[in-house]
Unconditional design. Structure first.
Length: 454
């Protein structure tokens, strides 16, 4: 394994024995042995479930990688094999450096021991001496913030308290590799923010991070690369935004077309590199104080992804001025309309429409959906066409941004996307002379200097 690689997975496969009934497990334990002793062909009472199939990938030192995939795709299984809590049927996993893992909730904790005792026990497993743990304990206790419960048995903890303490230990032992399996979803919003802030801190120090999350924005914001897994296979590894978009397309695929869409996603991710026209931003001239919006026919997204239709089709997505002129170069502070048309191929009750603005890296900045109750309830009828308009104020700083649009309806009693387009349109916010606002959003911040009179 190269000295620059922290984790390397080669041809890893894992299968589990699945039994239809509990009694079959006992039969499998006893009957084949008896038959074999009498020279008879043994009977099998289980079926093999293949959780992982020849998975290959490597992660460089200091890299942050997220794994996404539908339930049952093998995400947690591969993490457990990397951590050594589960063994593979075949293949090799190589790791370099101290690994701190936060897998299943409370894994590694003895419920009969107090929180304090579990901290020392887990730190010892990770290779810390008692004296080293003693020095780090105040930081662990402060980060977990569970008060007097630190000296109570873990079996008395809530799920949130368990994950607080587990993460506090994992993050404060200065791991070279941190592995997290969706455990942070249990904590409250304040604790999640604290965790992600700490992750950013150790990321800057060069810690390698591998984690599973169903949060698209988390994967896009934190990760250098992302891995898409499905049915135990690694589908692709690459740009987080494109991987997440393909994952969501796979997630919302109709059951009868999942294989077809899966094959399409594999072809798309492995045969082409989808790029945006981000370089165009650098070539724009800075306008004067009276900048005007305009339309650039070359400003077209190359990362558009279309969800499979469940009975509706979206078309004609456009950004318009208040007077109805199509534009894609916008002026900060002005109001615009995002417009699209929906044609229904079936009848739907309680239809909703949505739009979303995203950054160049795929971070969801904001959007809106139409009302779903009362007098505003909308029905979609077979053959009907509805024009949708969302009015928004451009509070974004100069740069390139993307738009999503979608229509929601009830399918078999469940509200789902009956059609959705990702990165269907893009627009540029025009640079300005003397602009003082920084970052993505313009919060209309003003600086005031107050001098004290001596």
């Amino acid at each position: 394994m190269s000295s620059n690689i922290a984790i390397e997975v080669k041809d890893v496969s894992k299968s589990f024995q699945v039994y239809e009934r509990p009694i079959d497990r006992l039969k499998q334990f006893v009957i084949p042995k008896l038959k074999k002793s009498f020279g008879m062909h043994p009977t099998i009472y289980f079926r093999d479930f293949s959780a992982l199939k020849n998975v290959n990938f490597s992660i460089n030192r200091g890299e942050t990688v997220g794994i996404v995939g539908r339930n049952g795709s093998g995400k947690s299984t591969i993490l457990q094999i990397i951590c050594g809590t589960l063994s593979a049927n075949s293949g090799v996993v190589s790791t370099c450096g101290r690994i701190a893992a936060l897998l299943e909730l409370g894994s590694g904790f003895n419920p009969e021991f107090t929180g304090r005792e579990n901290v020392y026990m887990n730190a010892a497993i990770l290779g810390l001496s008692r004296e080293e743990t003693k020095k780090k304990f105040p930081a662990i206790e402060k980060f977990a913030d569970i008060g007097d419960f630190i000296d109570q048995p873990v079996k008395t903890y809530s799920s949130g308290m368990v994950v607080r303490l587990a993460f506090a230990v994992s993050i404060n032992v200065e791991p070279e590799v941190l592995i997290v399996d969706e455990a942070l979803a249990v904590g409250d919003e304040l604790f999640q923010r604290k965790c992600f802030s700490k992750i950013e801190e150790i990321k800057k120090k060069g810690t390698t991070i591998l984690f599973v999350s169903h949060s698209a924005s988390t994967i896009i914001e934190l990760c250098d690369r992302a891995i898409l897994m499905d049915c135990g296979e690694k589908i692709a590894i690459g740009n987080p935004k494109e991987i997440v978009n393909s994952y969501q397309k796979l997630l919302y695929a109709p059951e009868d077309k999942q294989k077809e869409i899966r094959d399409e996603v594999i072809r798309s991710l492995n045969s082409q590199v989808i790029e945006t026209r981000s370089s165009e931003v650098e070539n724009i001239h800075v306008t004067d104080d009276k900048a005007l919006e305009f339309f650039d026919p070359n400003l077209v997204p190359e990362s558009t992804i279309e969800y499979e239709s469940h009975g509706a089709i979206i078309s004609l997505p456009r950004v318009l001025t208040q007077t109805g002129i199509e534009v894609n170069n916008l002026v900060r502070g002005q109001f615009y309309k995002f417009s699209y048309q929906v044609e229904f191929n079936s009848d739907f009750d309680n239809v909703r429409f949505g739009m979303l603005i995203k950054s160049l890296s795929g971070v969801e900045l904001g959007g809106s959906v139409s009302s779903s109750s009362g007098e505003s309830e909308i029905k979609g009828s077979l053959g009907e066409r509805i024009n949708i308009e969302f009015t928004f104020q451009c509070l974004l700083n100069p740069g390139v941004y993307f738009l999503n649009c979608g229509v929601l309806g009830n399918v078999n009693g469940i509200e789902t996307y009956i059609h959705r387009l990702i990165d269907v349109s893009m627009f540029r916010v025009i640079p300005e002379v003397g602009l003082l606002s920084t970052g993505i959003m313009d919060f209309n911040c003003h600086c005031q200097l107050i001098r004290r009179v001596k």
